[in-house]
Design a protein around this ligand. Structure first.
Ligand code: FAD
Length: 321
């Protein structure tokens, strides 16, 4: 039996999540002696796809037709489902990314499969059922779901599962999916990248700031700290509502959910709606002048003090490392 993973790329370069879903599927496959087949959609070079072998993928289906270059939810879901049928894969794993969140329910519906989205650790078998631990209620709780259907779809949270090497060699096979015109009823003509900065949902380090920064003119120091750390920048909701920062940086219950290795919160009070989007970060550092700020309750490290003094010193210290 095979497990199918759908792997994502950005402009031909595999995303970190591609290796995460491969490692995750390999760990599930090893429990039953199954193999892992990956599906790539879009233009990714063979040399890039071969990297998946290092994470336990033994075959890569490469759907590289011109009309598949840009993400189209309906068409991509059909292709994933048809690849699963071709490979007789009863488990499909994808990333719970922006696109994964749209794809997972469609794929599950097409395969008549049970779906667990937001998975955070390796599932366990209970007979033919899989028990999956996942985040629930905007990251405020965990839930364990049992998928008992024959076909199963799991959407893995980004940064939730560590990469695990496995010396497999991946065979690349061209895949010509059978998609119908209706799948392309809406086409994405072009995608223009707005910034070259680290992508927030996948960032390993996030430097985030709130209303304590007083105004947009003070963000240079946040960006400088992010630059020296190779981090993405983020902000609280009132900051993006006020137009100090773009909405694409707003994290929290109504914004982006992040789970980086390091989240640095500067001048953010730590309201429950903000924490909902960041609480699964591995390490949280809080800088706030108010020692009673709620964020300190969930912080691993905290600095009580004025961000305008601390942040430049921190940046200098990191530069001198
Ligand atoms: P404030 O609460 O004003 O906090 C500013 C902090 O900066 C304070 O703790 C202060 O001590 C500190 N500070 C001030 N000056 C300095 C200084 N010089 N140095 C260091 N620290 C300083 N919010 C989100 O962020 N994300 C969401 O997704 C979200 N969704 C929401 C959904 C709903 C339905 C509702 C009702 C609210 C939502 N909110 C969300 C808003 C949330 O409740 C808070 O109002 C918001 O998170 C507060 O933002 P803040 O911490 O930047 O500002």
């Amino acid at each position: 039996m095979a497990i199918l993973v759908y792997i994502e790329n950005t402009e031909g370069v595999l995303k970190k999540s591609a290796f995460e879903v491969a490692s995750y599927a390999k760990a599930i496959a090893d429990q039953k002696g199954d193999t892992v087949v990956a599906l790539s959609i879009g233009n990714v070079a063979d040399a890039e796809l071969e990297k998946l072998g290092k994470y336990g993928v033994s075959k890569v289906l490469n759907a590289s037709q011109d009309n598949l270059k840009n993400f189209v939810n309906k068409a991509y879901a059909s292709i994933i489902a048809s690849a699963a049928k071709q490979e007789q894969a009863s488990i499909v794993v994808l990333s719970n990314s922006f696109s994964g969140k749209g794809l997972a329910p469609r794929v599950a519906a097409k395969l008549d499969a049970g779906l667990a989205d937001g998975a955070i650790n390796l599932p366990t078998w209970n007979g033919d059922s899989l028990e999956v631990k996942k985040t629930a209620f905007s990251n405020k709780a965990f839930a364990t779901e049992v998928i008992s259907s024959a076909n199963k779809v799991i959407a893995l949270n980004p940064n939730a599962f560590e990469l695990k090497g496995a010396a497999t060699s991946a065979e690349i096979v061209a895949f010509t999916p059978d998609v119908n015109a209706n799948d392309f009823a809406v086409m994405v003509k072009d995608i223009v990248r707005a910034t070259d900065k680290v992508s927030l949902p996948e960032a390993e380090i996030v430097v985030s700031a709130g209303r304590g920064m007083k105004g947009p003119e003070n963000w240079a120091m946040i960006e400088e700290l992010a630059d020296v750390l190779g981090a993405a920048t983020a902000c609280s909701k009132p900051v993006s509502d006020a137009g100090w920062r773009p909405h694409s940086e707003h994290v929290g219950q109504t914004g982006i959910v992040v789970s980086p290795n390091l989240y640095i919160a500067i001048g953010i009070s730590g309201a429950i709606q903000h924490l909902a989007g960041v609480s699964s970060s591995k390490t949280i550092v809080v800088i706030n002048k108010d020692p009673e700020a709620p964020f300190f309750k969930v912080a691993d490290y905290g600095i009580v003090g004025d961000a305008f003094e601390i942040v430049p010193k921190l940046t200098e210290a990191i530069k001198n490392l």
